[in-house]
Write a protein that binds this ligand. Structure first.
Ligand code: NAP
Length: 307
């Protein structure tokens, strides 16, 4: 059965990833879009989701790609109308609102997919398999990028609920929570807020687990030059390095896994499978760790940030 899909919040990630991934997947037919300013050529466009849902009853599923602070109301409208829903990451502005969405989806008998695109990076499952077969001693996560390069002019990421440096950092946490053999929890954090912004530009979080794992995650948006999206693990079977955002896996310098990046095509295959199987996938672990970091974090003020 072909899934009639609509996209809401037509901006950077829709153009870069959602539209090509949907176009390349025969399970979907893109039928409509809703966005205040953005438009998708060749389909019906609306200014708001309510208008779109009323005008195009054939929609089976919607992808919600606006910033997280504005997603809940749109998700409720879609679920109330009986549509399957894909949430871009992070799935919402709070844990409680996403839990409410999961309950609503279950009540309506539709699929809710809180998507984590980085979990679909090519070497993530291989890293998970490697860690399952050895003893992990320590892990270092380094997610450092240039905010001016990746988020030019995006005001929402600096506003409350926009998460600041956790917007990319949560991608690292989505991988970490997928590959680790058991749950971890934060024991302390430092959050660096530019004096003129409501969200952090850098953060350091320490985690441990029931066996005393030493896990340090460092996120920084002030990185110029080479960018780092790396996870390194000291294990009894050698030093595992998952690099380039989960694209490459090596152990003791030997490359074990490197395939072309296919995150969004994989993510849309998963959404179609969930719809077909009548299931939801709402893992809140990455968002919970961010919430814990805000709860435990020591706040420091740093230089003002100007675009
Ligand atoms: P964006 O381009 O700034 O925003 C997407 C669209 O959302 C905007 O073009 C805008 O469209 C709509 N929007 C903005 N503010 C809104 C508001 N107040 N109310 C309703 N709609 C609003 O952001 P993006 O980079 O695509 O990111 C969107 C989501 O995707 C975020 O959660 C982000 O974490 C995730 N994501 C982004 C990337 C990336 O590389 N950029 C990668 C992976 C995931 P209209 O003005 O037309 O309504």
């Amino acid at each position: 059965m072909t899934i009639s899909l609509a996209i809401v919040g037509v901006g950077k990630i829709v153009r870069d990833q959602h539209l090509p991934a949907v176009a390349g997947n025969a399970d979907y037919r893109l039928v409509a879009a809703a966005s205040r300013n953005g438009r998708v050529e060749g389909i019906e466009n609306f200014g708001a989701i309510g208008e779109m849902l009323a005008a195009v009853p054939s929609i089976d599923a919607v992808s919600l790609c606006m910033p997280p602070q504005y997603r809940y109301a749109a998700a409720v409208a879609a679920l109330d109308a009986g549509k399957h829903v894909l949430l871009e990451k992070p799935p919402g502005a709070t844990l409680s609102e996403v839990e409410d969405l999961a309950a609503r989806a279950a009540e309506k008998g539709v699929s809710l997919f809180a998507s984590w695109h980085s979990r679909h990076a090519p070497a993530v499952e291989a890293a998970r398999g490697f860690l399952a077969g050895t003893r992990l001693r320590a892990m270092r996560v380094s997610w450092k990028e240039d905010v001016r390069q990746w988020h030019p002019g995006q005001a929402w990421i600096w506003q409350p609920g926009g998460l600041g440096v956790f917007d990319p950092g949560i991608n690292a946490l989505s991988i970490v929570t997928r590959i680790l053999p058991q749950p971890v929890f934060a024991t302390g954090a430092t959050l660096e807020f530019p004096e003129n912004r409501d969200a952090p530009i850098a953060a350091t979080i320490r985690f441990t687990d029931a066996d005393g794992l030493d896990l340090l995650a460092e996120f920084d948006w002030r990185q110029t030059g080479p960018q780092s999206w790396d996870i390194e693990a000291e294990t009894d079977a050698g030093v595992m390095r998952l690099s380039e955002g989960g694209a490459k896996l090596s152990v003791d310098g030997r490359l074990l896994h490197a395939e072309p990046e296919q995150e969004y095509p994989s993510l849309y295959r998963r959404f179609a499978a969930l719809i077909r199987d009548g299931r939801s996938d709402v893992d809140l672990a990455p968002l919970r760790h961010v919430a814990d970091a805000f709860m435990l974090g020591r706040r420091t003020l740093v230089d003002a940030f100007h675009d």
